[in-house]
Design a protein. Structure first.
Length: 556
């Protein structure tokens, strides 16, 4: 074979290629993100529109129905559903799997912008969101302050804690829950308002016209240019009482004449409790494609520094860590993969009974596994349960080719051939069979990567990882194994039947196993002599399997 002959003649080239695969694999591994599941685009978007004070009937008639009609014109729409509640309209649009979620999101935004004039003027800007499981908070923090009001605690969290966390690498957004932001409260006296003949709308419009900071233009004087602004916003709360909200008979009416102005906090629309005590919670959301584990570690490190800088009585704790299930699941899979690899090596040693042969075949495992990270990084995959499960499953498959090649080389060595000739002849003899076996495995797992539906999206990384790992193991079996077999002499081959200790026990085990193999030869001979009976038994098994399969329950 070309690959094996080239590797035997050029051992340095074969070694450099293996080192290159391992180096690229380790480099790719360091760049992989860590997630619980593969990052799969779910072709669903939600459009949330707020219409303060509107009834569900008005929401349905004036907002939801119009948005449904607009987005239904987008190509690839599969289902459109809407939920109309008091003050809120939610329209959920499901697209075909073939559609690109970013493109349809932009088109949905354009369609809604086109009908913006037909929607009520009082609605807030519609919020269009993609369905992304990896966009959930990766961590949640809670801040408590003894002796501090909700407003003071919120101000502290916003100015000192939230800003620091937003600067952590990989953090995309920090949401606050249970906050009570500072707010100027205007309490109107209805009796005074009626006495002056004013309405609520007059007070509102007066505040809107007075509480502004707006540019007026420029003033040029002596070759210099100065910007002119109206600064109507007061610096202190007391200044709001002096605002003129209306005029009657040439006299300005100040806000303090019809209302009381106080420095308070906005009405709380959310509540956060920790151990029954009121607190301010912070939900940490990561950037798209960021490594969840690294983001959480960065947040915890920043929290440790913040604790030393907070005022006395203020407690900052991590109440939820979404990376814990991911870490545990990945650790379990890694442990399973390691145990599987060790057991595979031990079993190979028991049958080959040579530590040199075990090393030659066992090198296929780490090289194939590490090289798999190259395709994972190149195709934008992540380290998740599916990709690591694929490597765990492939452990037993990756060493098959190397064992077959090495066994055939050892057989030629036992017949008295030198290591160079045995390596070349032994590899070429079974090269086609080993190649066909590996291609059949790849032919099974590649279609798994291209299954249809959402399930197929999740199994894409699984199938591609297994297929690439098997392909690398085939390459290693045709290059590194023959090269090492030709250069690294194994004295255990010449000592067969004359070994001591554990090696002698393993020789006896192999002799016993060959006795069992003779029974297998008899079974094969019987099958060849009774072909019709074997075919009938196989056909009956096939029909029985079809019957059992038809009785299995299925879920859509």
């Amino acid at each position: 074979m070309i690959l094996s002959d080239l590797s035997i003649k050029r051992p340095v080239l074969a070694a450099v290629v293996m080192l290159a695969l391992v180096t690229l694999g380790l480099f790719s591994y360091r760049r992989l993100s860590v997630e619980m599941f593969p990052s799969v685009e779910i072709p669903v978007i939600s459009i949330v529109t707020k219409f303060p004070g509107a009834s569900p009937e008005s929401i349905e008639r004036e907002v939801s129905k119009k948005i449904e009609e607009a987005v239904n014109q987008i190509a690839g729409v599969k289902h459109v559903m809407s939920y109309s509640r008091e003050s809120v309209s939610t329209v959920v649009v499901e697209f075909r799997l073939e559609e690109k979620i970013n493109e349809v999101s932009q088109e949905a935004r354009a369609k809604i912008g086109a009908i913006r004039g037909n929607l009520p003027a009082a609605i807030e800007e519609p919020i269009i969101q993609k369905l992304d499981f990896n966009a959930l908070p990766v961590a949640s923090l809670a801040v408590k302050g003894k002796g501090m009001s909700a407003k003071e605690l919120t101000t502290l969290v916003e100015k000192r804690i939230k800003r620091r966390l937003e600067n952590v690498s990989g953090v995309g957004k920090v949401d606050m829950v249970g906050s009570a932001r500072r707010e100027v409260t205007v309490t109107i006296d209805p009796a005074r308002l009626n006495a002056l003949g004013l309405g609520i709308d007059t007070v509102v419009s007066g505040l809107q016209s007075e509480n502004v900071n707006t540019p007026l233009g420029r003033l040029t004087h002596g070759g210099n240019e100065y910007p002119i602004r109206i600064s109507g916003k007061p610096d202190r709360v007391e200044g709001f009482g002096n605002m003129v909200i209306a005029r009657r008979e040439g006299r300005g009416i100040a806000l303090s004449e019809v209302a009381q102005v106080s420095d308070g906090a906005e009405e709380q629309r959310s509540l956060a409790l920790i151990n029954g005590e009121q607190a301010v919670a912070l939900d940490i959301l990561k950037q798209s494609g960021a490594n969840m584990v690294q983001v959480v570690d960065g947040v915890k490190k920043s929290v440790g520094k913040l604790k030393k800088q907070l005022p006395p009585g203020v407690e900052l704790t991590v109440v939820r860590d979404a990376s814990i299930p991911t870490r545990e699941s990945l650790a379990d899979v890694k442990e399973t993969m390691l145990i599987g690899g060790l057991l595979t090596i031990i079993i190979v040693f028991c049958f080959i009974n040579s530590w040199r042969s075990t090393v030659i075949t066992g090198l296929t495992l780490p090289i194939s596994v590490i090289s798999s990270f190259i395709i994972m990084n190149a195709m934008g995959m992540t380290l998740n349960v599916m990709t690591l499960m694929a490597l765990s499953l492939a452990i037993g498959l990756l060493i098959d080719d190397a064992i077959v090649v090495r066994e055939n080389i050892v057989r030629h060595l036992e017949h008295g051939e030198d290591h160079m000739t045995a390596s070349r002849t032994g590899t070429s003899e079974i090269g086609l069979a080993v190649f066909a076996t590996s291609m059949s495995i790849i032919a099974v797992f590649v279609p798994v990567a291209f299954m249809r539906g959402i399930v197929g999206r999740f199994f894409f990384q699984f199938g591609m990882t297994v297929a690439f790992a098997v392909l690398v193991s085939l390459f290693v079996s045709f290059t590194l194994d023959p090269m090492l077999s030709s250069r690294w002499h194994d004295p255990a081959i010449a000592l067969k039947g004359r070994r001591k200790g554990v090696a002698r026990l393993l020789d006896r085990f192999n002799e016993r196993f060959e006795t069992w193999a003779d029974s297998y030869k008899k079974a094969i001979s019987w099958a060849l002599s009774h072909r019709k009976s074997v075919l009938g038994l196989a056909f009956a098994s096939f029909v029985g399997g079809i019957v059992v399969f038809s009785t299995l329950e299925s879920s859509g």
